[in-house]
Design a protein around this ligand. Structure first.
Ligand code: AMP
Length: 428
């Protein structure tokens, strides 16, 4: 017997009725983004590998061990093979598109959102998949468009608080930090390197490596035994320049004024190299170990690092899979939404007439399930009761008289309804 095929580890099928919830979340996000005057961008699902190496950073977990990359063979002798990668995140693609299409020359701030799958070869667990979905947005533009203003940071954070509230997600926490300019971060990295030198040998092997290659990443370590050591390390707030401190203070002041609650977390440095100044995460207690609903931050030098013009920006990515988990946990179970009517033809000779009736009702905007004339009446009733609020019986009598038999399952009442009145009755 041949082996049955299954979805690849870390990927999954999304099925109804759960997909209704996915669609509802996406629709709410689109509405909220529209109110903040964002437009949608769709970038390719794969990009040149060097895009991620140059933006996310060679030393990050994502680039060093989690990317799905392959050599795309040259098709002609004159062509070179190209290393391609399934996108592990979407900011790099958006900034590449910003540069490629010279969006900065449009003068205003570019406010772009995206919804789509991302790919990382991580160890699968609840809330962590190898193909997962992100809803994200970026605010980016030349400095003259106001892209560096702390108001942009505060506006993005206020929008996220509004979006989570409108999705019905309660109990979120906004954790906030500033990691300063690239120079501040380099300075802090050296401070950490010195502090870690005597401590690293007692830490996990990842931290021993990070202590040399990229000390900032030590703060991301989740190994419980390392936490007391990490708690003694110098904090980044002490390495910030006056500029970065003032920028962060202005972000906090705007959030205070708008009454968006937050918690400062000086260990929040985030897993991607391109961040500068404001970094943030929204967490949720109900998610367990993978408790980040979303993360983001400012990336003032990213465009230049990719060969583009100066274009400060700020953005975020939220995990759609995790939003779904949070809402499912809160709602217990979501009942299957029922169709308005189930049409039961009594005999196969009535199938064509049943299709015509279904077409009429569906074109009138009703949600209709169509049975089959080969079913016995009892079976039609069983199927109908599971799928719809009412059954419409179509027999030879009904077809001739133009009066259809309709049974409402909630009330148990069965009546004859003239065809002309059927749409109105089924809508009620
Ligand atoms: P990041 O791009 O790592 O900052 O992630 C942003 C958000 O995407 C996280 O807060 C999660 O909600 C979500 N996310 C990241 N990686 C995964 C994954 N492997 N599976 C599911 N969601 C993820």
């Amino acid at each position: 017997m041949s082996q049955t095929l299954k979805a690849v580890r870390g990927t999954r099928d999304l099925l109804p009725p759960e997909t209704d919830l996915w669609n509802r979340i996406e629709a709410t996000a689109r509405q909220v983004f529209a109110r903040y005057n964002f437009g949608e961008i769709r970038t390719p699902i794969f990009e040149d590998t060097s895009l991620f190496a140059r933006s996310v950073g060679e030393e990050t977990d994502i680039v060093s061990k989690e990317m799905y990359s392959w050599e795309d063979r040259a098709r002609a002798q004159s062509e070179k093979a190209q290393s391609l990668t399934l996108r592990p995140e979407n900011t790099a693609g958006v900034v590449r598109a910003y540069i490629e299409h010279k969006l900065g020359e449009r003068g205003q701030l570019q406010k772009l959102y995206y919804i789509g799958p991302q790919f990382r070869r991580e160890r699968p667990q609840k809330g962590r998949y190898r193909q997962f979905w992100q809803i994200g947005a970026e605010v980016i533009g030349p400095p003259s468009s106001g892209s560096e203003s702390p108001l942009r940071d505060a506006e993005v954070l206020e929008m996220l608080a509004t979006l989570l509230d409108e999705l019905g997600i309660t109990g979120w926490t906004l954790e906030l930090n500033s990691i300063g300019s690239a120079a501040d971060r380099a300075h802090y990295n050296e401070t950490l390197r010195a502090a870690l030198a005597p401590l690293a040998p007692k830490m996990c092997t990842d931290c021993q490596r990070r202590a040399v290659t990229n000390p900032l990443r030590v703060l991301d370590c989740k190994v419980p035994e390392d936490q007391p050591v990490i708690a003694t390390l110098p904090v980044i707030a002490d390495s910030l320049s006056e500029d970065a401190k003032a920028h962060f203070a202005a972000v906090l002041a705007a959030l205070d004024a708008a009454q968006v609650p937050y918690k400062l977390n000086h260990r929040l440095v985030r897993g991607l190299d391109y961040y500068t100044r404001t970094t943030f995460e929204f967490t949720h207690g109900g998610l367990g170990a993978q408790n980040a609903l979303l993360g983001g931050g400012r990336y003032d030098g990213l465009s230049e690092a990719l060969g583009g013009p100066k274009a400060p920006g700020i953005g975020f990515a939220m995990g759609l899979d995790r939003l779904v988990l949070t809402l499912q946990a809160a709602a217990q179970s979501s009942p299957l939404e029922k169709a308005d009517a189930y049409i039961a033809p009594l005999g196969e000779n009535l199938n064509a007439a049943a299709l015509t009736l279904a077409r009429e009702l569906r074109r009138a905007g009703l949600r209709v399930e169509l049975g089959d004339g080969s079913f016995r009446l009892k079976k039609s009733f069983e199927f109908a009761e599971r799928a719809a609020r009412r059954i419409v019986i179509l027999g030879d009598d009904e077809l001739e008289s133009g009066n259809l038999t309709v049974k409402d399952f909630a009330s148990g009442v069965q009546t004859k309804v003239p065809r002309k009145e059927l749409v109105a009755r089924l809508r009620s």
